[in-house]
Design a protein around this ligand. Structure first.
Ligand code: NAP
Length: 289
């Protein structure tokens, strides 16, 4: 990849940004496609947000990804926000138009991509979602798009759970959503067709932990899809437990790759080399551990 005077700029904004895997994945894709673009880490501290975004417009950035803590803060700076980003309440992908910046949320598409392999009648299926934070919002929106019969969200903080539940009452996405305390999880597992870990349990510094206690494992069914949004370590303790019970395991690399591919397709207006992006991430993660 040669950076020239003509090279078009893409990037990711966040704070901190050093941990982001997006430059690895996107620059591998850019090199494979042979396009004249580069994807940069762009650290913007919350107190510098407005001037930072104005700066991105001033230097003619074509588009950018958004990570923590800016996924909501960007919304007032956008000329247009897609319906799905409004439903999730967060934007992770922005691109330039004649009217100004336009934004969407590709996390939902990323989450759904590996589930499309299973030709299930989702209207007969129940999803259990562990955690009620930012990623859980994309998961619930994805489950709503699948048309799940029920989405049961499990969390540890009753106030946050109730706020989460209420936020979906006003949503244009029709979802049959209920919220549940952690100590009811054993009773939910026997009905779970899709079980999603959207907590950080299993990731550093909870690296050896799982959201499922061993005593809960007999409640897990063999046809259940266990989906961990965490992508390192691989497999996570949660996915290892699920595999031992004969359940289907999907790890967070798939969501990460597919949300990135969907963003790249918006910026470059051509199909993304998904396998190149997946291999770049896997290679990077293996080299690190
Ligand atoms: P977040 O907004 O901080 O939400 C985390 C949720 O997990 C909150 O509901 C939190 O509860 C709960 N939680 C945290 N520690 C817990 C514990 N020890 N026991 C029970 N619940 C706990 O984070 P997020 O952005 O949603 O991210 C969640 C995970 O998804 C992270 O591991 C992240 O790396 C991963 N992720 C992956 C992708 C991907 O592309 N693969 C995309 C996004 C996120 P409280 O509110 O009570 O703290």
């Amino acid at each position: 990849m040669e950076i020239k005077g003509t090279t078009k700029l893409l990037g990711v904004i966040g704070h901190p940004i050093a941990h982001s895997l997006s430059p690895i994945m996107h620059n591998a894709a850019i090199a494979a496609l042979g396009v004249d673009s580069v994807y940069l880490p762009l650290p913007i501290a919350p107190q510098d947000f407005a001037v930072g975004i104005a700066g991105l417009a001033a230097i003619g950035l074509q588009g950018f990804s958004i990570t923590i803590p800016h996924k909501q803060a960007i919304i007032p700076f956008l000329a247009e926000v897609s319906d799905i980003a409004q439903a999730v309440g967060a934007v992770n992908t922005v691109w330039r138009t004649d009217q100004g910046w336009q934004g969407t949320n590709t996390d939902v598409q990323g989450f759904l991509a590996p589930l499309h392999h299973y030709e299930w009648d989702w209207s007969q299926r129940v999803a259990v979602v562990l955690g009620a934070g930012g990623a859980a919002r994309a998961v619930v929106a994805g489950c709503a798009q699948l048309g799940c019969a029920a989405v049961q969200v499990v969390g540890r903080n009753p106030q946050k759970l109730e706020a989460f539940r209420q936020s979906w009452e006003k949503s244009p996405l029709a979802v049959n959503l209920t919220v549940h305390a952690w100590d009811t999880l054993s009773s939910l597992l026997p009905h779970a067709d899709l079980l999603v870990n959207s907590t950080p349990i299993g990731m550093h510094p909870y690296g050896k932990e799982s959201p499922l206690e061993n005593a809960m494992l007999p409640h897990l069914r063999s046809h259940t899809i266990a989906y961990d949004l965490i992508y390192t370590p691989r497999p996570t303790p949660f996915l290892r437990q699920a595999q031992q019970q004969g359940a289907i395991a999907i790890d967070g690399i798939e969501m990460l790759v597919h949300q990135g591919a969907a963003a790249l397709e918006i910026w470059l207006q051509q199909p993304a080399p998904i396998e190149v992006m997946r291999q770049a991430l896997l290679h990077h993660l293996e080299a690190k551990h």
